[in-house]
Design a protein around this ligand. Structure first.
Ligand code: AGP
Length: 471
């Protein structure tokens, strides 16, 4: 029961004893407007330290125009903020000590840079953001990756027998790409699972498994809860995170920051590609302490270095992709198919299209078509087929033939044209393991231009939030 004699701090502490669930709240007393009490449990609260002023927000992005000095509250923590400072304490009223931390993003990062939408700006930034993810992390002497943030020596790095990757939405799809990179380059069994499912199924946590949590925002509640469950059971968890100092970055034992800069548009693009690049570095790192040869290490290092220029080349295809997006945008739905390396590309392509254009889009592994979804194929349901030039090329071209025989229209994304497809987007070739990263980019432009053609709210699609900080 809150008493009239309580200070605001006491009143909030007392009231929170009766509160269950997740929250991030700010409480003000109209009689004493000089202080605000904020409290966090599950949902983020960040304090901003200004000159004789203080701020509280749920995201650093809201503070950056005013200050770059921030303090993150932990779960169960509260703060009293006044114009001249703040103090923090736990739910049992014990004072806590917090060190402010300087955000290295500035207000310019939140500018749309003259682009019509943040999404197009963020797609166009990818040559730079990928270069930033790579910067200082490739060693040309030993053809290895420098990933000091992992906090693991070579012996520990060798000790893992499995890798389990968790994330939500596009982060999960980038994790699928990451699992393939790790299996191919490091020959460690790896798989990805939606964090939102993982956390609810009482996962078996094995001591010789390396867990990797992915999040652009670092605040996705389902991913954070999965990390906390893993940590509680003694799992070793790395984070691949974009937002420095975010909850997932703080909870994990080490990891890789993307350095992609803030992502404003709800649909993830540059964080997706940077995550895939971070996985390529992690796979190289895990591979080179195992059996990946120096020659293959060198091949991957050189491939990684080529990515920024190749992304620039893909961006020059924008006008052609825009035409294709207009051509297909009024379809009632689209199928996306890919085999093995192409499957996460297909999933992410379908995700981008559905979330910003609201066109129904589903992705299937190409080999699964004949086990059911082939029944859907008709001229009204075009297919986007991911067809890289790899050892599965012939199989993929056979799939195109199967779709064609059912009068399905095909937009092929790959490294060559084919008469089996109605339209083709040809991207530059890299190493087979890295090609999925490049194949993703035209699908981002395709979704963007489809959404523009359909006059959607590209940066703020209906029903979605940038950071899903609730269960
Ligand atoms: C991506 O386009 C989506 N907006 C969404 O799936 C997102 O990737 C997911 O919610 C995870 O976000 P996070 O990377 O910030 O954890």
């Amino acid at each position: 029961m809150v008493k009239e004699t309580d200070s605001l701090r006491e009143a909030v502490l007392r009231a929170l004893k009766g509160v269950v669930g997740t929250y991030g709240i700010a409480v003000i007393d109209a009689q004493r407007p000089g202080e605000i009490v904020v409290a966090r449990n599950g949902s983020p609260i960040v304090l901003g330290l200004g000159e004789k002023e203080m701020f509280a927000a749920s995201d650093v992005a809201a503070l950056i125009r005013y200050t770059r000095q921030v303090v993150h509250l932990e779960d169960g923590e509260l703060a009293v903020i006044k114009a001249d400072g703040f103090n923090t304490f736990t739910s049992d009223a014990r004072e806590t000590a917090k060190e402010p931390f300087t955000v290295d993003w500035d207000a310019g990062h939140y500018d749309n840079g003259g682009y019509e939408h943040y999404l197009l700006k963020e797609i166009s930034e990818q040559p730079d953001t990928v270069a930033r993810t790579l910067r200082g992390r490739i060693d040309d002497r030993f053809h290895i990756a420098h990933l000091g943030g992992l906090n693991m020596d070579a012996r520990e790095t060798r000790s893992f027998r499995r890798v389990k990757i968790i994330g939500c939405g596009s982060a999960y799809y980038s994790g699928q790409m990451g699992a393939q990179l790790i299996e191919e380059l490091a020959r460690i069994p790896a798989d990805a699972e939606p964090a939102s499912e993982f956390r609810y199924r009482s996962p078996v946590v094995e001591p010789d498994t390396l867990y990797v949590a992915i999040s652009q925002s670092g605040e996705t509640y389902d991913t954070l809860a999965a990390v906390q469950e893993l940590k509680r059971k003694g799992g070793r968890v790395l984070g691949i995170v974009n937002t420095v100092g975010s909850a997932i970055a703080r909870e994990t034992d080490g990891g890789i920051y993307l350095h992609a800069g803030p992502e404003v548009s709800v649909a993830s693009t540059k964080a997706f590609t940077s995550t895939a690049v971070a996985f390529a570095l992690l796979a190289l790192h895990l591979g080179r302490v195992r059996d990946l040869s120096p020659a293959d290490g060198r091949r991957i290092c050189e491939g990684l270095r080529r990515l920024p220029e190749q992304i620039k080349e893909i961006l020059t295809l924008e006008d052609r992709i825009k035409e294709l997006a207009k051509k297909y945008a009024d379809s009632p739905g689209m199928m996306f198919v890919g085999r093995v390396r192409g499957y996460p590309v297909a999933r992410e392509g379908a995700q981008k299209l559905k979330e910003i254009s609201y066109v129904h889009a589903e992705a299937y592994p190409a080999s699964e078509l004949k086990h059911g979804p082939l029944a859907l194929i008709s001229p009204e349901l075009p297919t986007v087929a991911i067809v890289p030039d790899d050892e599965l090329l012939d199989k993929n071209l056979t799939t195109l033939g199967e779709i064609r025989a059912r009068h399905g229209r095909i937009l092929m994304v790959g490294h060559r044209t084919s008469e089996a497809a109605d339209d083709c987007i040809v991207v530059p070739k890299n190493e087979v393991e890295l090609d999925p990263i490049l194949l993703t980019i035209p699908l981002q432009l395709f979704a963007y231009h489809a959404a523009v053609a359909l006059e959607r709210d590209v940066d703020r699609p209906r029903n979605l939030a940038k950071s899903v900080t609730v269960e």
